[in-house]
Design a binder for this molecule. Sequence first.
Ligand SMILES: Nc1ncnc2c1ncn2[C@@H]1O[C@H](COP(=O)(O)OP(=O)(O)O)[C@@H](O)[C@H]1O
Ligand SMILES: [Mg+2]
Length: 271
Amino acid sequence: MPSIDRKNTKPRDDHLVVRNVIKRFGDVVVLDDVSMVIRRGQTAVIIGGSGAGKTTLLRILIGLEKPSSGSVFIDGEDIVPLGGLAMNRVRKKFGMVFQYSALLDSLSVMDNVAFPLVEHTRMKKAAIRERVLSTLESLGLQTSDAQKSPAELSGGMRKRVALARALMLEPEILIYDEPTSGLDPITSRMVDDLIEETRERYGITSVVISHDMASTFRIAHQAFLLIRGKVAASGTPEELADINRNKVSHDFIVTSGVAFERISRPPLPGD
Ligand SMILES: Nc1ncnc2c1ncn2[C@@H]1O[C@H](COP(=O)(O)OP(=O)(O)O)[C@@H](O)[C@H]1O
Ligand SMILES: [Mg+2]
């Protein structure tokens, strides 16, 4: 598997900064003073149980929802005050890999992946075809797969197709919503490798929403634990698991049942 080198990261600039974000729906506070810094080119994993506020935070990050208060900086620009047109420009920086891949089974793999280019660019049909095929190929799919329906593919292959689609508009930031949910452990591992390889190859910043702790340990440079709308802990997965540092996140990880001591990790400089 690709190695995550958590210590040997050069200082990088802040790509995505969430500052004091509060989100209320009526009287219910769903995000309660959330702050986080996500560095360019790294993988941040946002973990938390169901109802913790992960999806709401994701929608705020990509500008689909406005916070009740607080700021969200992307490349240093606060996107919270932006209106429709400016928001469309910002949204192009993001690629989304949806939970369960969200592919249309009535369309071919080719048409699913080509969709963003058809919708948002004036590229010619032949150029679109070429970009789709080369991206599919780089992700381990074959030209013959392009004419299939996504329904004919395995869960892991569907995830590759969803990733290809998310890469079409050359995003700076890729957001994965629960990328391993519904997948068996071996396919999950493969998806983790895919996330890491994509990050490395394209220099992309990755934000992964997850409740899969094994996956978090494999791919995260930084992890943020959300509990009832608050960031209960942040740091490397090893830091979150450290009982002397944060008992809440330690307990969360232990409860998840992941054997984090045994997750293979390559030796890091200084180990
Ligand atoms: N549009 C909405 N209106 C009212 N409540 C909402 C809305 N969206 C989410 N919530 C509530 O916010 C809380 C967090 O939801 P969500 O962000 O989906 O959590 P998660 O993705 O971590 O499971 C839940 O209690 C949910 O019911
Ligand atoms: Mg959710």
